[in-house]
Design a binder for this molecule. Structure first.
Ligand code: PEP
Length: 249
């Protein structure tokens, strides 16, 4: 039985005042039946950790460097995130892959650094619109899984997030059949590589324009173990219905 996960990625949004959303979230979900994670911008992580203490709310980073320390101005190591109290980190988000030219090799190195620091990595993969229209989706997914996921992972320290690039922040969502096809494919690949135990226990999230209005349908799709949510995670009033839908799935 995989414990479901509702994860929010605030991206480059939010100031200290936004942390009041965490109070609203923990009030609405004082005893949740699913895991809840919020990944605020790095300057808010420490304060978010303090605010989430004593609540069933995990706090994560949105990226980490692959090195433990060094001359990398502006970057943040996995150890630093852990030291600030984060328990998770998103790696390989398509905005990092696009804006910062991150390759599968980079993402694999970051994931390894995250795991070595004791963080749970939420590793994003997904095809572009051109790749889907060229009927290359499964090939792209297979390549990203093979290239981005390091060998030494467990079902506890890695979460896969399938995020079609064309669905992120666009309001466009794949059909439920399309989501199911990719999630089933990812499950098969994980089992092939890591065996039945790890492969069947690792969580696979869907991400891309998830909202309260479409969450229940998406969560009913096979091998969807939760969601990675961008825009709709910024306000508790938008994220809470997604959490509730996941609890009912
Ligand atoms: C994301 O950034 O991971 C994401 C899924 O964004 P949105 O929910 O806004 O599409």
């Amino acid at each position: 039985m995989r414990r479901k996960l509702a994860a929010g990625n605030w991206k480059m949004n939010g100031l200290a005042a936004s942390l009041s959303e965490l109070d609203a979230l923990t009030t609405a979900h004082a005893d949740p039946k699913v895991d809840i994670l919020i990944c605020p911008p790095a300057p808010l992580i420490s304060a978010a950790v303090v605010q989430a203490a004593d609540h069933p709310l995990a706090i994560g980073g949105q990226d980490c460097h692959s090195a433990a320390s060094g001359a990398h101005t502006g970057d943040i190591s996995a150890d630093m995130l852990r030291d600030a109290g984060a328990s998770h980190v998103i790696v390989g988000h398509s905005e990092r892959r696009t804006d910062h030219g991150e390759t599968d090799d980079d993402v694999r190195a970051k994931t390894r650094a995250a795991l070595e620091a004791g963080l749970i990595a939420v590793l994003c993969i997904g095809e572009t619109l051109e790749e889907r229209e060229a009927a290359n989706t499964l090939e792209i997914i297979a390549g990203q899984l093979a290239g981005s996921v390091p060998d030494l992972v467990t079902a506890e320290n890695l979460v896969i997030a399938y995020e079609p690039v064309w669905a992120i922040g666009t309001g466009k969502v794949p059909t439920l059949n399309q989501i199911g096809e990719v999630h089933d494919f990812i499950r098969t690949k994980l089992i092939q590589r890591f065996g039945d135990g790890v492969g069947n226990s690792m969580r696979i999230l869907y991400g891309g324009s998830v909202k309260g209005s479409n969450a229940a349908d998406i969560f009913a799709v096979s091998n969807v173990d939760g969601a990675l949510v961008g825009g709709a995670s910024l306000k508790a009033e938008d994220f809470s219905p997604i959490v509730s839908a996941l609890e009912s799935a």
